[in-house]
Design a protein around this ligand. Sequence first.
Ligand code: MLT
Length: 407
Amino acid sequence: MIKLNENYNKLPGNYLFTEIGRQVNAYQQANPDKRIIRLGIGDVTKPLTGKVISSLKEVVLDLEKNVHGYGPEQGYDFLRNKIAENDFRSKGVNIADDEIFVSTGAKEDTANFQELFSSDIKIAVPDPVYPVYVDSNVMAGRGGVYKGGRYTDFVYLECNQENNFIPELPKQPVDLIYLCFPNNPTGQVATKDELKKWVDYARANKALILFDAAYEAFIREDNIPHSIFEIEGARECAVEFRSLSKTAGFTGTRLSYTIIPKELVVYDNDGKAYELHKLWLRRQTTKFNGTAYLIQKGAEVVFTPEGKAEVDATINYYLENARIIKEGITKLGISSTGGINSPYVWLKTPANLSSWDFFHKLLNEVQVVGTPGAGFGLCGEGYFRLSAFGEKSNVEEAIDRLVKLKF
Ligand code: MLT
C-alpha cells in the first residue's frame, strides 16, 4: 500500500500565495466588472530588460545551429565567474567562482537545502517569515506538532515593533538559522553589527545560517551590508541565496544562485566533519540538470555595465512605488516599516483589524490585494504587506482607493 508522508497533514491547507490567489480569483469571478489591483505576491511587472532580450534572441538563433545539451548542474563557468566577480570580488568580498551554484530560484534552493541535514536538528526561524522555510522543514518532519499557530519543535525568533523587527539571538541552542535581509515580509534591514551577532553565535555553536539575500539590490542606504559574507567569519558559518527574479525580472524565466564557501562543514554523530560544498554538489548533480543554457546566457548580460544600469533603473522604479505606498499610508495615519531599502511595505492594520479581515475589506471594498501578515506567522497578525512591484499608475490608484476606506 502506498503510504502518505504524514508530515503533509501538518501543513496549512494551501501555500499562502496559492490561498490568496484562490480567494482573489473567486472574487473576480463573482465580480467580473471590478478592476482588481494586485499588490500581493512579489511578482514583477516590468519586462526583462533590453540587454537581456537581445542576448536571448541571439542565443535562440545559435540554438538553431548548435546543440547545447546537458550543462554543468552547478551552472556554466561563464556565468559563475561574472557573478563572483561582480557581486562579490569587485566589492571586496572573497568568493571563488566555484563557490557559486546557479539554480532556478531562491525559493527552491532555500526549500531544498534542509535536505542536507539530520532530521533531528533544531531550526530557528524568524516570525514573521517567508513560509517556504517553515513548510519545507515541516515536510521533512522537523516541525513536531502544529499547535496554536506554531510548530512545537521550531524556535521562533519574534520580530515586532519592540525589537524594530530585528530578531534576537535564541535563548536555547539551535543548529540551523534562517535569516532574510532586506526582510521578506517586513522590509527591515540589518546592520553589520546585527549580522555580526549572528555570525558570532553560529561560529560559537557550530550552527549554520541560511541567509536569503534575494532583495539585496534594493538596499540604497550606505553601511547596510548586501551580503552576509561582508561579515568576518561568515565563510565558516553561512550559505547565501540570491536571485535575479526581483532585480532583473526573472520571476518567470527563473535564475538564482547559492553561495557555499568551501570552509563550511557539517558533522556526523561522531563529530566527523563533512564539506557542505561537496554535499550540495552531490545533491544537485543527482536531482537537478542545471538551469537552461538560454537563461544563463540571458543572465550573463545582467552583469555587464549596461545590464547593471538597466537593473538599477528597474529597481529605482519599484522603490519609487514603495515610496508612494509608504507616503500614502503614512498620510492615512498608518504606521509601517520597510519600503526604503525594500520593495515591501509592512503596515499595522488600521482599527485593530485582523490581517485577514483587512485583506477582505481591501478586496471587497476597494479591490486592492495585499498579503495578510498572519500568513507569515503569529507575529504577523495585525499586520499587512503591500508589494511595490506593481505598475506605478496602479500603485497610485491603489493609494487613492485606500483613502476611500471607512472604518
Ligand atoms: C513573495 O511575495 O513573498 C514572494 O514573491 C514569494 C517568492 O519569491 O517566492
